[in-house]
Design a protein around this ligand. Structure first.
Ligand code: ADP
Ligand code: MG
Length: 396
């Protein structure tokens, strides 16, 4: 059986405090931990008024911070030790070098836009256990962590939905990624032992109990990222917009599969398939949330499989490595302890999410790893997680 304890969290916290002290020569004042997330189902529909069903996972961006009495932020990330950043807090932030700091500059700019300007100067050390570009949204975690540090600095709590939107805006404007709201919402609203059902049209958030000890959530990072991902994301988003305008609807929630089928000849095959993914995935996500709310975890497997096929064939955002990893889990099957498996996140590489029986989880992870390595020659990074709490700020 897989043991879930708090050791890694505590060790990371100690490490980030120590690194802050070594680098800045004083003790930090605040410690913020913002979790990564994995989406169980509801992919590429957050920007289509759909539903998403993420959980926060046991990987974190942590930031240790303290006021420095100046008018600038001194930022250091242990992932980019040779690229410290100094950001003035009394003039409008602009994207620049180092690139990684843009996510934080964007957050500062969000506060400026809300009238919180200039900000008081501070020092911050960023430390993360989230693999970058693995579809686990390290970008949202760093934004949410930074926004929470600024709240600490100002002694305020902004409305959590506004905070999520502020972080999303940072990603749009300062990283050039037109992401939906899922990742930031998940990192903020997640609750331990719960899934977070987000209605991306109304932005309503609902926690669904998910404390079933008989299953494990397994995340398998394929360790590949394909370069085309950036342009392809906005391209998919555009295609869904084209489809919606051909359908003459304001929202995907008003589109039934029958209506889409009826309009098939009015759109190109590609646009039709993109639309079919959106309509079917919205339906699958609602069904999965209902099944899980009733404790029927085993009913989710077929929905996850259909989601993967739809992302692979209709939305075309999977890739060879993701398919191999998912096929490996499917091949292990129910008898081997796999309840469901699919790609997760934006695609073109990144990770898969698998629900496995707890008593077989370790064997499932070993077998997925073995099969994946055999077919790709790549050593994957596979780990199990429970649903953890969203962002936390601690005064030290
Ligand atoms: P994902 O969100 O799937 O991990 P993205 O490409 O959206 O991938 O975001 C990754 C980028 O976010 C990194 O290249 C880096 O610029 C920034 N980032 C994330 N975590 C950190 C960190 N701990 N320190 C510095 N930059 C980070
Ligand atoms: Mg991201």
């Amino acid at each position: 059986m897989i043991e879930h304890n708090h050791k890694a969290y505590t060790a990371q916290k100690k490490a980030v405090i120590k690194e802050f002290e070594e680098h800045f020569g004083l003790a930090p004042f605040w410690l913020v931990a913002a979790p990564s997330r994995v989406n169980l189902i509801g992919e590429h529909i957050d920007y289509c008024d759909g539903f998403v069903l993420p959980l926060a996972i046991n990987r974190y961006v942590m930031i240790a911070a303290a006021p420095n009495g100046t008018s600038q932020a001194n930022l250091l990330s242990t992932l980019f030790p040779d690229e410290p950043a100094t950001v003035p807090l009394d003039e409008p932030p602009e994207a620049g070098e180092p690139y990684w700091a843009n996510y934080i500059r964007g957050v500062f700019d969000g506060f400026r836009e809300k009238g919180f300007w200039p900000l008081p100067g501070f020092d911050a050390l960023v430390h993360s256990t989230i693999p970058l570009g693995a579809g686990l949204s390290s970008s949202a975690a760093i934004e949410v962590a930074a926004a929470t540090v600024v709240e600490g600095l100002l002694g305020i709590d902004i409305n959590p939905k506004n905070k999520a939107r502020l972080c999303q805006r940072a990603e749009h404007k300062f990283a050039g990624v037109p992401c939906g709201i899922m990742d930031q919402f998940a990192s903020i609203f997640a609750e331990k032992d719960h899934l977070t059902l987000i209605d991306c049209r109304s932005e309503e958030v609902q926690s669904i109990p998910f404390a079933d000890d008989s299953v494990e959530i397994i995340i398998a990072d394929t360790q590949v990222q394909h370069e085309l991902s950036d342009g392809s994301y906005s391209n998919r988003r555009k295609q869904t917009e084209i489809a919606l305008s051909i359908l003459g609807k304001k929202s995907w929630r008003e589109v039934s599969m029958e209506e889409l089928e009826a309009a098939k000849n009015e759109m190109s095959d590609v646009v039709f398939r993109r639309a079919r993914h959106v309509v079917s995935e919205i339906d699958r996500t609602q069904k999965a949330a209902m099944a899980l709310a009733r404790g029927k975890t085993h009913e989710v497997g077929e929905l996850m499989a259909a989601s993967h096929r739809s992302l692979r064939d209709d939305f075309e955002v999977s890739c060879r490595e993701l398919d191999i990893m998912v096929d490996a889990a499917w091949a292990i099957g129910q008898e081997g302890g796999v309840l469901g498996s699919r790609m997760t996140g934006g695609g073109f590489g990144g990770s898969t999410v698998t629900i496995a029986r707890a008593d077989k989880a370790e064997a499932v992870m070993d077998e997925m790893s073995r099969r994946y390595k055999e077919e790709t020659g790549i050593e994957p990074h596979i780990f199990a997680t429970r649903a953890v709490d969203g962002v936390r700020l601690e005064e030290l």
